[in-house]
Design a protein around this ligand. Structure first.
Ligand SMILES: CC(=O)/C=C/C=C(C)/C=C/C1=C(C)CCCC1(C)C
Ligand SMILES: CC(/C=C/C=O)=C\C=C\C=O
Ligand SMILES: [Fe+2]
Length: 560
């Protein structure tokens, strides 16, 4: 067991009533304060953002105060300090081969003073780091210093357009001014609270759906290094939050809201210059389908077009609609397009049953006896074509679990896209969704299998009743079974697969998930990916909010 920090740094104890910040709103230097054995929190007093007092059992409006009530789960409470670092107490034994840094991104700060944000996706980006070495773990967290976060801290209010929050204009004139800035993109947020990827050249990038929200961070210190500037002339304001990144490449999709469609672009590792590969025109609807993520295969890029589409009108609104910046166009149809990576040509465009997904899991090519590609198989976390999941992720809903089962059903949706000119594709459940409690999102796979035939996916599933995915699940797509991990009251984030160096089998490695426990504790859970049994947990000395996506920086590529 390694020595642990003893005093909680969050949920009240360490710095009651204020948030520690790296560089104060008015340019004050951060002060390093000893927090506890092995732990350091840096703090600058700032009146701009402070943890809100306990929330009343609130209706959605007015949204004053933001979820610090005693009964609420720590997963949905804002992180308390801007940063912390220290040794983590271990339970169990970490594999000695686990040598590197786990990084998690997510929207961990949902309060500005006594103002509470509305939606999970609105929060300011909070990074969590767990560095593993010689069977020990050191943890840290830190806010990403985006322009949006710095402006909010300086002015005590939302200054950029977030997922659902928009700056409140003080006059009609400033409202008109805001509309103008929307078209230029300058009012859009750069709050990179969603993805985190390690590029082939070693740079680590935090991402959201706005292109300006691509921010380079230092994986060792969690310092914000600066904007990732795309040096090409491709433009665009939004892109997929989940580019596909390999050692040599970066693929992403840029939606075109004027002439509905998507540009497929790629970037070589070591450069900042995206190159246009091809364009997919939308087949239905007035706008492109929302693409949060997409899959690729060895030779193709799959471009999804779901009936949940961007909506220019909703982008301009001050108050959110039930589907935020999107609209459901059932009549517009649902499609899957396939583009050849080499030629940029669309080689298939098929109509499929309606679907709703945030996350594609993987895709691969099916071949005949002569090795010709006959179809593409693409798997996703599919919400049974039900858009209500977006509303369920409103913070008020997440904070008010009453024991009723309100999480909509989800499944592994498997598309089969024929490449023989047939106009239709199939969409079916890849396994009985009851295997994983009909919850399915926040997935990862062995990175060596991206774009290839694969067998295992790791994700968050459900143990009912629940209002949010509350289990970790390992799905076997061949046996069509799942192994599940559950602990009462736990809110686990994406189980991120880390392969054992030298592994031959697909599931030889561990799955790491940061868990926010009901009692206000938080730990990095390490599961043996084969058995899905716990091998160790590394405990933070304070509560940690829920977070989204992760990446792994192996030791030999980091300086820590
Ligand atoms: C956290 C997550 O999964 C999604 C985050 C999405 C965001 C922050 C989207 C933001 C957007 C804007 C600020 C304006 C333009 C539309 C849209 C991409 C939805
Ligand atoms: C957390 C989530 C969905 C959970 C539903 O089951 C989606 C997150 C999307 C963004 O990355
Ligand atoms: Fe995501």
């Amino acid at each position: 067991m390694s020595g642990a920090a003893g005093r909680p740094a969050s949920s009240g104890a360490a710095v009651p009533g204020r948030l520690a910040t790296g560089q104060g709103a008015k340019g004050k230097r951060a002060v390093a304060q000893p927090l506890a054995a092995g732990g350091v929190v840096t703090e600058t007093p700032t009146p701009a953002i402070a943890p809100a007092p306990p929330a009343r059992p609130a209706a959605d409006a007015p949204r004053r105060r933001g979820g610090r009530g005693a009964g609420e789960h720590a997963a949905w409470k804002s992180v308390r300090q801007e940063r912390w670092e220290g040794a983590l107490e271990l339970e169990g034994e970490l594999p000695l081969w686990l040598d590197g840094t786990y990084l998690r991104n997510g929207p961990g700060l949902w309060n500005l003073g006594d103002y509470g944000f509305r939606h999970l996706f609105d929060g300011y980006a909070t990074l969590v780091r767990v560095s593993f070495r010689d069977g020990r773990a050191v943890g840290a967290h830190r806010q990403v210093e985006s322009e949006a976060y710095r402006a909010a801290r300086a002015h005590g209010k939302v200054c950029y357009r977030e997922f659902s929050e928009v700056p409140k204009p003080d006059s009609f004139l400033s409202y008109v001014g805001q509309l103008a800035t929307l078209f230029s993109g300058s009012s859009l947020t750069d709050n990179s609270n969603t993805g985190i990827v390690r590029l082939g050249d070693g740079r680590v990038l935090c991402l959201t759906e706005t292109i300006k929200g691509s921010i380079v961070i230092d994986p060792d210190t969690l310092d914000t290094i600066g904007k990732f500037e795309y040096t090409d002339k491709l433009g665009g304001l939004i892109h997929s939050a989940h580019p596909i990144v390999t050692d040599t490449e970066f693929w992403t999709l840029i939606p075109d809201l004027i002439r509905p469609g998507h540009s497929v672009v790629r970037m070589d590792a070591g450069t900042n210059e995206r190159q246009f590969v091809g364009r997919v025109d939308c087949r239905g609807g007035p706008a492109p389908g929302w693409v949060h993520s997409f899959p690729i295969t060895e030779h193709y890029v799959v471009v999804p077009e779901m009936p949940l589409r961007y909506c220019a009108k909703n982008l301009l609104r001050a108050e959110p609609t039930p589907l935020y910046k999107f609209e459901w166009h059932r009549e517009s149809g649902a499609y899957m397009h396939v583009m050849c990576k080499a030629s940029g040509k669309v080689v298939a465009s098929v109509e499929v049953p309606p679907y709703v997904t945030f996350h594609f899991i993987n895709a691969y090519e099916e071949t005949d006896e002569e090795g010709r590609v006959t179809a593409i198989v693409a798997d996703c976390c599919e919400h049974n074509a039900n858009t209500s999941i977006l509303d369920k992720l409103r913070l008020q809903n997440l904070r008010s679990f009453t024991g009723q089962d309100v999480l909509p059903d989800a499944r592994v949706g498997r598309f089969r896209i024929p490449l023989d000119g047939c106009p239709f594709g199939e969409l079916e459940s890849a396994l009985d969704p009851d295997e994983h409690g009909r919850g399915m999102d926040m997935c990862s796979i062995n990175p060596d299998y991206v774009g290839k035939k694969y067998r295992y996916a790791y994700a968050c599933g459900a143990r009912r009743p629940c209002n949010f995915p509350n289990t970790l699940t390992k799905v076997d797509l061949v046996e069509k079974t799942a192994k599940n991990w559950y602990e009462e009251g736990a809110v686990p984030s994406e189980p991120f697969f880390v392969p054992r160096p030298g592994a031959v089998e697909e599931d030889d490695g561990v799955a790491i998930s940061m868990v926010s426990a009901r009692d206000g504790s938080a730990y990095a859970l390490v599961l043996d990916a084969k058995t899905f049994q716990e091998v160790a947990r590394a405990k933070f000395p304070y509560a940690m909010p829920y977070g989204l996506h992760c990446c792994w920086v192996p030791r030999d590529s980091s300086s820590a």
